[in-house]
Design a binder for this molecule. Structure first.
Ligand code: FES
Length: 186
């Protein structure tokens, strides 16, 4: 298994604390993209075969990600959304833990290892589109997370589905914090 470290060093507008960047990072290459409505062949990919699981993981240097910033990295061919959540976002996520209207009930704590960092697979659990919300100016939906334009599903800032037809929360990739600002995905 090989590991590549990616350092996130973007400075798109310099001082916004709630900017949303869509960085699509593939191995050593870094490229910005605004494309969002991409059907993702996710049904099988969310249940990777053993040989797929054996593929490379990636180490991401998240030390430069600012509070409120969103970045996207590519892991095993899929987008992974990383959000450094603000105190207000964390509070909002916790507030909804006991919301009886949750489609796929889960506490916020069950979906994060460190509450400041939300790391989810950025593939809608309905039919596999990439939800909007990572780039500046994109709609976040009513619940402050992501909006899937394909059929209108909405996710909150914990990645929980709040409006269907998506049936499940955004899936969580395996990851661990390794210290020194490095998170290893895979
Ligand atoms: S693929 Fe997202 S709502 Fe249908």
């Amino acid at each position: 298994m090989s590991t590549k470290t990616v350092t996130i060093t973007t400075a798109i507008d310099g001082n916004s604390t709630n900017r949303r960047d869509f960085l699509f990072i593939s191995t050593a290459a870094v490229a910005a993209t605004g494309t969002a409505m991409i059907a993702w062949p996710f049904i099988d990919s969310l249940n990777p075969s053993a040989d797929t699981r054996a593929q490379a993981n990636i180490d991401i240097d998240i030390s430069q990600i600012e509070m409120g910033q969103r970045v996207t990295v590519k892991w095993q061919g899929r987008p992974v959304f990383i959000v450094r959540r603000t105190a207000d976002q964390i509070a909002a996520a916790k507030l909804d833990d006991n919301n009886s209207g949750l489609i796929d009930p889960a506490t916020d704590a069950s979906r994060v290892q460190q509450e400041e960092w939300l790391i989810v697979i950025g593939v809608c659990t309905h039919l596999g589109c990439i939800p909007l919300g990572q780039s500046d100016g994109e709609p976040l939906g009513k619940y402050g997370g992501w909006y899937c334009p394909c059929h209108g599903s909405e996710y909150d800032i914990s990645g929980r589905v709040r409006r269907g037809p998506a049936p499940k929360n955004l899936y969580l990739p395996p990851y661990e914090f390794k210290g020194n600002g490095i998170v290893s995905i895979g």
